[in-house]
Design a protein around this ligand. Structure first.
Ligand SMILES: NC(=O)c1ccc[n+]([C@@H]2O[C@H](COP(=O)([O-])OP(=O)(O)OC[C@H]3O[C@@H](n4cnc5c(N)ncnc54)[C@H](O)[C@@H]3O)[C@@H](O)[C@H]2O)c1
Length: 324
C-alpha cells in the first residue's frame, strides 16, 4: 500500500505498524532534524559508503538486540540509502520480516521506496548484494521535502526526468516530458501541488512496470535508463557525485550513444539535453574512458562480456541494447 500526502507521519507509522514491534532505521540528518522517538532506533551515518556489509550487520544486530520476532517490522525513515539497507535487513532478518518505507528525499519518494529492490554495495560495485522484498506500506509525507538541501532535491529530480524519458503516458493529460518542461520553474521552486502530482505519476509508472516484471527479467530494465554509466561514474569518482547527478551524466551519455547509432533524431537529443539543463544539474567532467568501460563491465547488468545499455529509441521511449 502506498499513501501520499500525509499530515502526521508519526501517527501514520504507529497505525501501520500496530501490533508489531518496530525497529526504526533512520538517516542521520533526518534523525537530527525530526528526532523521531522510538524505543528501538538505529541511526544510519550519512553517505552512500554506509550501504555496506558492516552497517548491514549492525542493523541486523540491532534487530536481534531489540528481540524483533518474525512478526515484527523494520521501518526505514530517510533517503534511498536508509531504505535500501533497512529493506535488505528486513529481507534477511529471520528469513524476512515486514518493512515499512517512509521516504524523506525526493529520490526515495519517486523511486527507491517503491518496487521492492533492496541492496548494499560491495568493494566490487553498487548494489551487488541484495534481495527483492516488497514493502508492506510506503508512507509519503511531502513536508519532509522542505528541509532537503538543493543538491539532494536535484538528485531526486534526476530520477523524475528519467521517468519522462522512458514513458510517454502519464495520466489523462498525456505527455510527462512536456509537463516537466512547462512547469520547470515551479518544480525548481518546489511547488507542493506540482510535486505531489509528479510523485504520483512517477510511482504509478514505476508500479506499472514492476507489476509486469518484478524480478527484472525484461521490461523493468528500462528503469535503469542512465544507470549503467551512472553507476560507473559513482564508482570512478568514489561516490563524490550523488546518485542523481551520476544518472544525469548517464542519461546524457545514453543520448549521445543513441545519436551515434541513429536511434534518435538530433532535435530530440537536443530537446532532452535542454530539458535536463532546465534543472541546472551539475556538469561532471569527462572521466577516463578505459576506467569507465572497466566499471561498466563489472556492473551487475553486464553478462558474457556485454554491457546492457538502455538507450532512447524515440520520444519518451527506450529499449535495452547489449554492447560489447
Ligand atoms: N531500491 C531502489 O529501487 C533504488 C532506486 C534508486 C536509488 N536507490 C538508491 O538510493 C540511494 C540514494 O538515495 P538518496 O538520494 O535518497 O540519498 P541518501 O539516502 O544518501 O540521502 C541523502 C541525504 O539527505 C539526507 N536527508 C534525507 N531526508 C532528508 C530531509 N527530509 N531533510 C534533510 N535531509 C534529508 C540524508 O540524511 C542524506 O544525508 C542510492 O544508494 C541508490 O542506489 C535505490
Amino acid at each position: 500500500m502506498i499513501k501520499i500526502g500525509l499530515d502526521n507521519i508519526w501517527c501514520e507509522i504507529a497505525e501501520h505498524t500496530r501490533g508489531q514491534k518496530p525497529l526504526v532505521v533512520v538517516s542521520q540528518k533526518v534523525d537530527k532534524l525530526y528526532q523521531p522517538r522510538f524505543e528501538h532506533k538505529f541511526v544510519l551515518k550519512d553517505g552512500e559508503k554506509e550501504k555496506n556489509f558492516k552497517t548491514l550487520e549492525k542493523v541486523l544486530d540491532a534487530a536481534s538486540a531489540a528481540k524483533l520476532s518474525r512478526k515484527d517490522v523494520i521501518v526505514a525513515i530517510g533517503g534511498g540509502v536508509a531504505g535500501d539497507i533497512a529493506g535488505f535487513a528486513a529481507a534477511t532478518y529471520m528469513r524476512g520480516i515486514d518493512v515499512v518505507q517512509v521516504p524523506t528525499t525526493l529520490l526515495a519518494m519517486v523511486d527507491s521506496s517503491v518496487g521492492g529492490k533492496t541492496a548494499i554495495n560491495t568493494r566490487f560495485g553498487k548494489n551487488l548484494v541484495g534481495a527483492f522484498h516488497q514493502p508492506k506500506t510506503v508512507l509519503i509525507d511531502l513536508n519532509f521535502l522542505r528541509t532537503l538541501d538543493e543538491r539532494q532535491y536535484k538528485t531526486g529530480l534526476a530520477e523524475v526526468v528519467k521517468y519522462a524519458f522512458i514513458e510517454k503516458n502519464i495520466d489523462a493529460e498525456g505527455d510527462f516530458m512536456g509537463f516537466l518542461w512547462e512547469n520547470a520553474d515551479k518544480i525548481n521552486a518546489r511547488d507542493e501541488e506540482i510535486l505531489k502530482r509528479i510523485i504520483k505519476i512517477c510511482i504509478s509508472l514505476k508500479s506499472a512496470v514492476v507489476e509486469q516484471d518484478e524480478k527484472e527479467s525484461g521490461l523493468r530494465r528500462i528503469l535503469n535508463f542512465g544507470h549503467t554509466y551512472g553507476h560507473a561514474v559513482e564508482k570512478q569518482t568514489n561516490y563524490k557525485y550523488t546518485h542523481g547527478e551520476a544518472v544525469v551524466a548517464g542519461m546524457r551519455y545514453a543520448f549521445s550513444l543513441a545519436l551515434e547509432k541513429n536511434l534518435v533524431s538530433a532535435s530530440y537529443a537536443q530537446y532532452a539535453n535542454d530539458l535536463m539543463d532546465k534543472f541546472n544539474f551539475p556538469t561532471i567532467p569527462a572521466l577516463p574512458q578505459d576506467k569507465m568501460q572497466h566499471h561498466m563491465q563489472g556492473d551487475k547488468k553486464a553478462a558474457g562480456g556485454a554491457v546492457t545499455f538502455i538507450l532512447p529509441t524515440a520520444y519518451a521511449q527506450v529499449d535495452a541494447f547489449e554492447m560489447k
